[in-house]
Design a protein around this ligand. Structure first.
Ligand SMILES: Cc1cc2nc3c(=O)[nH]c(=O)nc-3n(C[C@H](O)[C@H](O)[C@H](O)COP(=O)(O)OP(=O)(O)OC[C@H]3O[C@@H](n4cnc5c(N)ncnc54)[C@H](O)[C@@H]3O)c2cc1C
Length: 322
């Protein structure tokens, strides 16, 4: 039996989609392999988390309890999971490529002296339990297949929005283990003074997204107005996030998020490989760029060669703005 564990990341009991997407993919693989899918999570109180995860395809759930797990802290979480991984020796551990998942995976892999494949977009397992992860290389120009032949467990983070969750089915059943983690004399170096929730939209699920590229300079307002007028959410390319003009959470691309939108309108992006890997699953892509040779046009359904600041006032009036 191949033992695959999935980190079921949650925020106050709300499970991250990517965790369930990984579970969905493992269930597809399980149709042709003897695979046991275990979810694991941390917190003070499991609440509904195990039941929700089981209803979406987890067969066995391990909930690690301790007061220190009431907020994410790398040290506490890694100390909490390390012992149980050493004792039970899962073949595979998969985590979502979220901020938390990336952080936890790196530290855990280093502790266990094993490898880590980051940001996988394909996942396959063979009958010997070898995990094959497809990871985009050189800005998405090719997919490198990574296999960890020796060290165990095989650990990988998995990109959001690639795989499908199973539909929720409350008749699914599974085993739940609640484990009280004892830390001995460990005291965390991090103390949370205040928790502030950022009000940032998850644009991976948005139907319409307007993307602000570097060509906009610091003048984001007319594009933001346009997005509001057509009921779209905002995404940005990396230079815009780098300049602190928008939160990193809405950066689109290989080190940002991947969109699944019906409509994407891009203002002033040259279409680097790192950026376009974030829009390749979108249905209709419209791009506006002054440079008719811009690479973004090779990834667009409609190409507008124009200065955005010339056409934006017209567009905004056309959609009812000032
Ligand atoms: C490891 C790594 C990871 C990366 N990850 C990402 C990522 O996740 N996302 C990402 O976006 N980038 C990422 N990058 C950066 C990426 O390589 C590019 O540098 C970046 O995408 C360029 O952003 P841009 O297209 O907005 O800007 P630019 O390349 O500067 O393009 C600006 C475009 O705007 C046009 N323009 C200028 N003025 C106007 C105007 N008035 N009207 C219309 N058009 C105009 C120009 O003709 C040009 O085509 C990554 C890079 C590395 C090395």
């Amino acid at each position: 039996m191949i033992d695959a564990w999935v980190y079921i990341e949650h925020d106050s009991g709300e499970i991250e989609d990517v965790s369930l997407e990984i579970v969905g993919r493992l269930n597809e693989i399980k149709a042709s392999l003897p695979l046991r899918i275990t979810g694991f999570s941390f917190g003070r109180d499991p609440g509904e988390i195990p039941r929700k995860a089981i209803s979406q395809g987890v067969e066995h759930f391990i909930f690690l309890r301790n007061d220190l797990f009431s907020f994410y802290d790398t040290q506490s979480y890694v100390n909490g999971i390390e012992g149980i991984v050493r004792e039970r020796r899962p073949d595979i551990i998969l985590l979502g490529a979220t901020y938390q998942g990336r952080d936890l995976a790196g530290r855990l892999a280093a502790r266990l002296k094993t490898g880590l494949a980051a940001n996988a977009i394909t996942l396959n397992i063979d009958e010997k339990g070898l995990l094959y992860t497809g990871v985009p290389g050189y800005g998405g120009r090719f997919i490198a297949e990574i296999v960890n032949m020796k060290a165990r467990p095989q650990i990988s983070t998995v990109r959001q929005g690639i795989f499908r969750k199973l539909p929720q089915d409350n008749s699914r059943s599974g085993e739940v283990e609640n484990i009280e983690v004892k830390f001995g004399d460990f005291s965390p170096r991090l103390r949370v003074v205040e928790r502030v929730r950022k009000d940032v939209k998850d644009i991976t699920k948005s139907e319409r997204v307007v993307i602000i590229g570097n060509g906009a300079g610091n003048n984001l307002k007319p594009i933001e107005d346009f997005a509001r007028l057509i009921g779209a959410d905002i995404g940005v390319t990396r230079p815009v996030a780098d300049r602190g003009l928008a939160p990193r959470d809405i950066q689109v691309g290989s080190t940002g998020v991947s969109l699944n939108s019906k409509l994407v309108i891009i203002f002033g992006s040259s279409g680097s490989n790192h950026f376009v890997s974030g829009i390749e699953r979108c249905k209709n892509v419209i791009s506006i760029d002054v440079d008719r040779n811009s690479n973004i046009f090779n990834y667009s359904d409609y190409c507008v060669v124009a200065d955005m600041f010339t056409i934006l006032p017209y567009l905004n009036r056309r959609f009812g703005g000032q």
